[in-house]
Design a protein around this ligand. Structure first.
Ligand code: M6R
Length: 520
């Protein structure tokens, strides 16, 4: 609170030190180092210097608007003035904000799941729109402070979906939801229940840029693998925070795909906007319905994973992979590329197959015991297996705080193998027939240097497998290549989960992390 103004803020005011120096010159004192206090002080300063308004409401709204025009960065604000403690003023730029509407009162939150216990009705604000929120009334204004009418949305998620429902952690609950949500992605596609797939005409595009962050970027690597290997479309995967500042070689025949569970990740959103400015067609693969990326993409395909509460994404990632599989099948159909319909047959049983992976709890617990007291863990694999390693490694380090790295197995001898010492855990993934022997040779190289080796492969290799190089072996069901990452990564999620549990970590809310990264 500064003077007349109290506020809550989600985002970052990038030019806060400039504004702070200005306010210090004007005699304002500060109690903290935060950009939020500067935002609060600045709105208060503008408000106090706007004295000629007959209408107090107009004065408050104008001071918020004027202050916001001087802010650089991102914000969602809830603002209360001292003399009207029952009124919340609100506005946003680049940070998410929902205004929940109910008969018992109205409120603001940054995520729909936070309001579902009270209401399913909500309003979304655009940049330069302002809200005055009272117990029984919500008024929305445009940038000229004219009253406007906004659409009232109805959330499709239920409050029960946002509860643990008997599971010890949200992460475990969300892992266990994968059989049904993956089946749902495929049935929506194969039973033609989602018209958005047909809006993407792959015959128009000569190349694809997939842009995302974190696990969504790892799911995109699987997408790239499938697009290139099956639909013959050259595809690059770009980290959103890099993409937004690099030279974009976009042509009218480039399709840009932005992948985001939350639909609010700041860098992914910026990449979307830059791509659109460059006249590219943008396809969004998004989970959160009505989120900013979903709204701003030219075409949006929802992954329908339902609310994901645990910071570490699980069903968010696997539904993105399944959505890529559907898109690639569609691209093949549109380009008359022959395929053997394995996926179409497999999807009928996919829920049971994933459930059989989840049910191997004791094996995950055993692996977790061998990892939980280690400081460094390496994941190795080749081709698409390496893409899965990246997600497995991220999941493990994110929730168990054990340092881990994913390496293309063939790269080890170019440097990293010097880190392998007695007992260092090395998790090797080998699911690809053509690369199996190569990966086995690489794991043997680490074993020879004292590594504790964990070998993850599929049942099709049971006959050729020799026991001599692995301390622990995990066999998982054999599926088509379209579903392999879903199967393997589900197991890796559970290994990470059991390891973090043994270490007593705060699994759903790992330190230093937020569920959606709405700042740059
Ligand atoms: O909401 P998004 O899919 O855009 O989020 C991207 C990443 O921040 C996210 O996947 C992050 O890496 C997860 N915490 C990983 O579990």
């Amino acid at each position: 609170m500064v003077g007349n103004v109290t506020l809550v803020h989600n985002g970052i005011i990038e030019n806060y030190s400039e504004l702070k120096s200005y306010l210090i010159q004007k005699g304002v004192n500060f109690n903290s180092q935060t950009d939020t206090e500067v935002a609060c002080a600045y709105i208060n300063y503008v408000y106090e210097n706007m004295k000629d308004f007959k209408d107090e409401d107009e004065r408050k709204l104008k001071s918020i608007l004027k202050a916001c025009l001087d802010f650089r960065g991102s914000y969602a604000f809830g603002i209360i003035f001292k003399d009207t403690p029952d009124v919340i003023y609100s506005t946003r730029k680049d940070s998410p904000l929902v205004i929940g509407l109910s008969d018992e009162g109205n409120f603001i939150a940054s995520d729909i799941s936070a309001i579902l216990d009270y209401t399913k009705k909500y309003i979304l604000l655009n940049y330069m729109e302002f809200a005055k929120i009272e117990k029984d009334n919500v008024t929305i204004y445009d940038k000229n402070l004219e009253i406007i009418t906004k659409k009232i949305n109805e959330a499709t998620w239920s409050a029960t979906e946002c509860k643990k429902n008997g599971y010890e952690h949200f992460m475990l609950k969300e892992i266990n939801e994968q059989p049904s949500v993956i089946k749902n992605v495929y049935s929506r596609f194969f039973e033609n229940k989602d018209e958005n797939y047909s809006k993407v005409d792959f015959s128009k595009y000569t190349n694809i840029h997939i842009v995302a962050c974190g696990s969504a970027m790892h799911a995109s690597l699987i997408g790239k693998y499938l697009f290139e290997n099956y639909a013959n479309i050259p595809t690059t995967v770009e980290i959103a925070s890099e993409y937004r500042y690099k030279k974009l070689l976009l042509t009218p025949s480039t399709l840009v795909i932005i992948v985001s569970q939350s639909g609010e990740t700041a860098d992914s959103l910026a990449a979307l906007r830059i791509s659109k400015e460059n006249k590219a067609t943008v396809l969004g693969i998004v989970n959160a319905v009505g989120s900013t990326i979903a709204r701003e993409a030219d075409i949006t395909i929802y992954t329908h994973a339902g609310p994901e509460i645990a910071v570490a994404t699980t069903k968010g990632y696997t539904t993105q992979v399944a959505t890529f599989a559907c898109l690639v099948i569609n691209a093949m159909k549109q380009k008359n590329i022959k395929y053997d319909f394995t996926l179409e047959n497999e999807y009928n049983n996919i829920d049971k197959i994933i459930q059989s992976v989840i049910d191997k709890t004791n094996e995950y617990k055993d692996i977790a015991k061998s990892l939980s007291n280690r400081n460094d863990i390496f994941f190795i694999g080749r081709g698409n297996d390496y893409n899965m390693c990246m997600e497995g490694s991220l999941k493990l380090k994110e929730i168990s705080y054990i340092h881990s790295e994913a390496y293309p197995a063939g790269e080890l001898k170019h440097g990293t193998i010097s880190l392998i010492e007695e007992g260092t855990p090395v998790i090797a993934i080998a699911t690809d027939k053509e690369l199996y022997e190569k990966t086995v040779s690489n794991i043997k190289e680490t074993k020879a240097r004292g590594a504790f080796t964990i070998f993850i492969t599929t049942e099709e290799f049971k006959d050729t497998y020799t026991k001599d190089f692995a301390d622990i072996t995990l066999f998982l069901p054999t599926t088509s290549l379209f579903n392999e990452a879903i199967i393997i990564v589900t197991a890796l999620q559970l290994i990470a989960y059991e390891t973090a549990k043994l270490r007593g970590c705060d699994i759903d809310k790992p330190k230093n992390l937020a569920k959606s990264v709405t700042v740059e």
